[in-house]
Ligand binder design. Sequence first.
Ligand code: ATP
Ligand code: MG
Length: 402
Amino acid sequence: MVPWVKKYAPKSLQEVIGHEKEKALLKKIVESHSKKGKPVFLYGGTGNGKTCAVYALANDFGLELIEVNASDTRNAASIESMLGGAINQGSLFGGGKIILIDEVEGLSGTKDRGGIPAVAKLIEKSSFPIVIIGVDAYAPKLKALKKASELIHFKQLDYEEIFPLLKKICSKEKIGFDEDALKHIARSSGGDVRAAINDLQSSASGAKITMDSVAWTGERNVTVKMENALKIVFKTKNPLLALRAYDEVDEDIDKIFLWVEENLPREYVKPKDLATGFDNLSLANVFFGRIRRWQYYRFYVYCYALLSAGIALSKEEKYSSSISYRPTTKLLRIWMANQRNAKRKGIAHKIAGKTHMSSYRAFHDAVPFMAALSKSKTTGNNLAELFDFNSEEVNWLKEFKN
Ligand SMILES: Nc1ncnc2c1ncn2[C@@H]1O[C@H](COP(=O)(O)OP(=O)(O)OP(=O)(O)O)[C@@H](O)[C@H]1O
Ligand SMILES: [Mg+2]
């Protein structure tokens, strides 16, 4: 049986549903590509047509498509050998070509062996249009590529855009359907067209697709986004409504903490509301700490209650402002701090392994001590041998300042 996602994959850009402005932009960039043209960075959630749009585009313009799937080609050497040739040689059939670097997140970003710097370097030289596809163009490791490219965002599609496609497939397959059933599939796909078509095919075993045959699809894919949950919490004064806000959020509770923390000061601008809000947030955090320390899982109830109804009732009256809630920047800051500490952690780990002290103690107490000892060349060498420090670690210790 041929999967319908393959059978009905769009052959032309016109058949790619939605994304009208973005498609026009893609076309324009390819049409007017000059030697100095920037690459396109196409990004967005899964299954909404990024890869198939580029194939359709190549088809429309009669261009040869050279694809490098970044998940298979992680390091600089293989990127260079795969892309280098394609970028410089003419097309196999004498026409033009498009170079597609799909799933760019799969490339490693490290400086020495990294695929990302290799791509960034190669795109400067390309005389053909390049399309890079990824999920999130704002990921820190993709910064250089993002900066060098023209960004195009494929947003998740609305169910009203997906529904006609499902209808068309049913009529081509000569399968009867209830409109409500197809709408249900379209809705529960969460904007993922691939998921919607797969669900349609799985529901089509009987003579007709009815609500009964699609009821199961509602159980997956429904990820009410965090933003929607926050909107409920911040905008309602009704505790019962607020209590259910996170029911369908598919995120860990620590992520919820970060989202609330990030957006609370943006929503609750009156000092009194803000103070009460943070009091409730910190109380939730106290319970969360107890869960982690003592595994008192029943405290989750209090955590969620404080994060939802607690925050909702912290305001005197609701704010009419409409802001879009944003994900936390705290994780990024933690990540940066971790990067800074990575070397020290590695050293502490080696010390801890040999001396049987905890990594924590080694990190805080032993590292400065070892660093002081390492200032002397012979002791430094002896320590390096004892603890198996590599040359980078030895240098780091020498330069360490407390
Ligand atoms: N906008 C669309 N219009 C028509 N069909 C679509 C669309 N989006 C997805 N499809 C269908 O879903 C299949 C998968 O889409 P595609 O591979 O382009 O998704 P993607 O955005 O690249 O997803 P991923 O991020 O998971 O790689 C296509 O072969 C096609 O059948
Ligand atoms: Mg894809």
